[in-house]
Design a binder for this molecule. Structure first.
Ligand code: ADP
Ligand code: MG
Length: 698
């Protein structure tokens, strides 16, 4: 919050919080712990919710025709076993005009949530049984001590810190609203606000902390969330404009001859989705400012072919091009694919990874610097560190979804910039895409190449089912198919525990379920040559079953591998499981994926069920996002959270869409450059200049 505090003595909103009415030094220190230093901070901090005490029914007023909220003191509670081994938890409330009961089945843990003597609200549709009103699984609101005393009305509730009571917080926020709400300068012009039906900022501040109706509170919340998202989207839109203006690029033309020559290389026709992507990319490449595009496609949709097409356009235009992968394994694999496709061409191609000897590496670096090498494949780490290109025309970054707006790299290539194509392995939920990658143009491919079957996915819990599964796998392997057995990642990367798990599974399978079959083990910490040997042997069919850690997660492409067993599947994220599953079913044989899990955690069960029932990576990504939040989906936990103040991407998806559209329109129509928008523009630049590398003036 305090990033906005202005140290301008003239601004009443910069009044230190301890000087606000009803605060004082001691509470001022408690507010500081919440990041609230000034009156402005106090008022811009949204309540976490609002308690609606306007519609409380007395118990003698209840009926079973509609929803009711009652309020009462907890006077009795117990849990007992009933028929069928189920449990029933009952909580008795003494309220206005009598008693009522709340009931929960099979949720014995509810018992501890009700302290005798505490005051709670039950909401739900009651039923009269044996002359007593009962709420089955009601919505419960626990009142803090302060809430219980106050009179009916709408009571905002805030996030607290130890020592600061709800009552004190509410009083301070209320008083500050009376004293300072009018001091807020609205950054949005009135006509613009009206067209979007947004309340004025001062009105919104009052609606947050002194709401008269729920509708007023909701409109106020909407306004603050909208502002937060609008500013972020404006920054992205400005960054995009800036990128286009300041990144002069060499236009890359595609003649019919070039197009035909490239297409001839592929052993298949491009799908309609791939063709659409190629059209969008070649249109970008023909412009004199650098392409900045994100290609999103489900696993197995054929992104590699699109990348190769674009790279060969660069080469045909006598420029250099580079494909960067996140891991050695993937770089190797892309190299093999591309090398195979180009085996009869004269394109000078080089592989650059960390495992080259110093001498070879230096030679490659020299060839790239002199312009002798046309096409380079390598790992991101190595290339971004050491390489100088003579005339780079296009950079492709594969499988990059772990880097946000601020981490994405830029190449500076002297006078002109290279075109940039980013490809993601995992479909990204739309709302995340609009933020993490919100400054990129977007191509989405939603179809898979023809002839792909849906992979049969099933959860395996019991030992009996396990035995059947291994039977099935032995049979399929005997028919010539191949299998992956994946052991969970404990944390990011190849942890020792994960390797131990993989080693144990490997030994067990060799000795028992798969004895007599050719089984091998790979993990990220074995020597590269050995790992590569094993991968090659698997690709050539010499190895039938590959036990591995998640090193095979992205990109590995062996069409004859149609079986996958995932141990402790509940320990993976949904998108990650989908990604893993994408390794099989790449050829003409039916794929089977077995999710081993004996977990009965509701969240785990829901996640695995989502995977069993959906084959669509975009759907799965949305589900994962809802269940686990943005950090896990993008792996951004380590990279910090999104720079948002009050918005939440799962909750506020609808508002995001409007903010996005509004922001990009303001920039495209140049309205943002009009004087009436100057305060907003300045505020956006202040907030995001550093993070997004924006110029002084936008
Ligand atoms: P991803 O998008 O997951 O990176 P790949 O580029 O690895 O997918 O392609 C997956 C598989 O599909 C590869 O074996 C590739 O040869 C094949 N493939 C790609 N495009 C087509 C197509 N148009 N028709 C048939 N097979 C294709
Ligand atoms: Mg790929």
């Amino acid at each position: 919050m305090n990033d906005r505090s202005v140290t301008n003595a003239q601004d009443p909103l910069s009044t230190p919080v301890q000087f606000c009415r009803g605060v004082g030094q001691q509470r001022g220190e408690l507010f500081a712990r919440l990041g609230i230093l000034t009156a402005g901070d106090l008022l811009r901090t949204m309540p976490r919710d609002v308690l609606d005490l306007t519609q409380i029914s007395a118990i003698h007023e209840l009926d079973d025709q509609k929803l009711h909220t009652i309020r009462g003191e907890v006077v009795d509670r117990d849990t007992r076993l009933i028929r069928g081994g189920r449990s029933m938890t009952a909580v008795l409330l003494k309220g206005d005009g009598g008693f009522a009961r709340g009931l929960w089945f099979n949720q014995p843990y509810m018992l501890q949530k009700f302290v005798l003597g505490s005051v709670v609200l039950f909401s739900g549709q009651p039923k009269l049984r044996e002359k007593r009103w009962e709420f089955s699984h009601p919505r419960v609101q626990w009142l803090e001590a302060d809430d219980a005393e106050t009179t009916p009305g709408l009571l905002p509730r805030y996030g607290l810190t130890e020592g600061l009571s709800m009552h004190d917080y509410r009083r301070a926020a209320g008083a500050a609203t009376d004293d300072f709400a009018e001091a807020f300068v609205d950054l949005l012009p009135a006509s613009f606000r009206d067209s979007l039906q947004l309340p004025a900022l001062s009105a919104a501040i009052r609606g947050l902390h002194r709401p008269q109706t729920m509708a007023e509170y909701e409109a106020a919340r909407h306004r603050l969330i909208f502002d937060d998202l609008l500013e972020f989207q404006l920054a992205l839109a400005m960054r995009r404009r800036y990128w286009q203006r300041d990144n002069q690029a060499v236009p890359l033309a595609v003649s019919a001859k070039i197009d035909a020559r490239i297409r001839r290389l592929f052993p298949f026709q491009l799908t309609a989705g791939q063709n659409q992507a190629v059209t969008e990319i070649t249109r970008d490449l023909a412009r004199d400012h650098a392409m900045h595009r994100l290609l999103q496609a489900d696993v197995g949709a054929g992104k590699t072919a699109i990348a190769v097409y674009a790279m060969l356009v660069a080469v045909a235009n006598k420029l250099q091009t580079v494909l960067m992968a996140p891991t050695e394994l993937l770089a190797q694999q892309h190299w093999q694919t591309i090398d195979r496709l180009l085996h009869e061409s004269r394109v000078e191609r080089r592989l650059l990874t960390g495992q080259l000897t110093t001498r070879v590496r230096q030679t490659v670096l020299d060839e790239i610097a002199s312009g002798q090498a046309d096409l380079v494949v390598g790992t991101q780490a190595v290339i971004q560190q050491d390489v100088r290109f003579a005339r780079l025309g296009l950079a492709v970054i594969d499988e990059q979804h772990k880097f946000g707006v601020s981490q994405r790299s830029r190449f500076s290539g002297g006078q002109t910039s290279p075109h940039l194509l980013v490809m993601t392995a995992t479909p990204i939920p739309r709302s995340l895409c609009l933020t993490q990658f919100g400054d990129l143009d977007l191509t989405v491919i939603s179809e898979l190449p023809p002839g792909r079957q849906r992979i049969h996915t099933s959860r395996v819990g019991s030992p009996v089912d396990m035995a059947k599964m291994w039977d099935f796998i032995r049979r399929k392997v005997a028919e010539g198919r191949q299998a992956y057995v994946v052991c969970p990642r404990i944390e990011d990367g190849d942890e020792p525990g994960q390797i131990a798990a993989a080693e144990t599974v490997f030994r067990d399978l060799q000795q028992q379920a798969l004895s007599g079959n050719r089984v091998a083990l790979i993990h990220g910490q074995m020597p590269r040559e050995l790992r590569q040997q094993q991968m090659d042997a698997f690709r050539d069919g010499e190895i039938q079953v590959l036990v591995s850690t998640t090193v095979i997660e992205v990109g590995v492409d062996v069409p004859n591998a149609t079986l996958m067993v995932i141990y402790q599947a509940e320990r993976f994220g949904l998108s990650q499981l989908h990604q893993l599953r994408g390794r099989i079913g790449r050829g003409r044989f039916q794929g089977y994926c077995f999710l081993l899990s004996d977990s009965d955690q509701p969240e785990a069960v829901r996640r695995l069920a989502a995977l069993e029932s959906s084959a669509n990576g975009f759907e799965i990504a949305e589900a994962d996002f809802e269940l686990r939040g943005p950090g896990d989906v993008l792996g951004t936990r380590q990279h910090g959270t999104l720079p948002l103040r009050v918005a939440n991407l799962v909750r506020d998806r609808g508002i995001l869409e409007t903010a996005r559209q509004t922001a990009f329109e303001l920039v495209a129509t140049r309205q943002l450059d009009e004087p009436e928008f100057a305060p907003l523009k300045i505020s956006v630049l202040d907030r995001f200049r550093t993070l997004m590398d924006l110029p002084q003036t936008g």
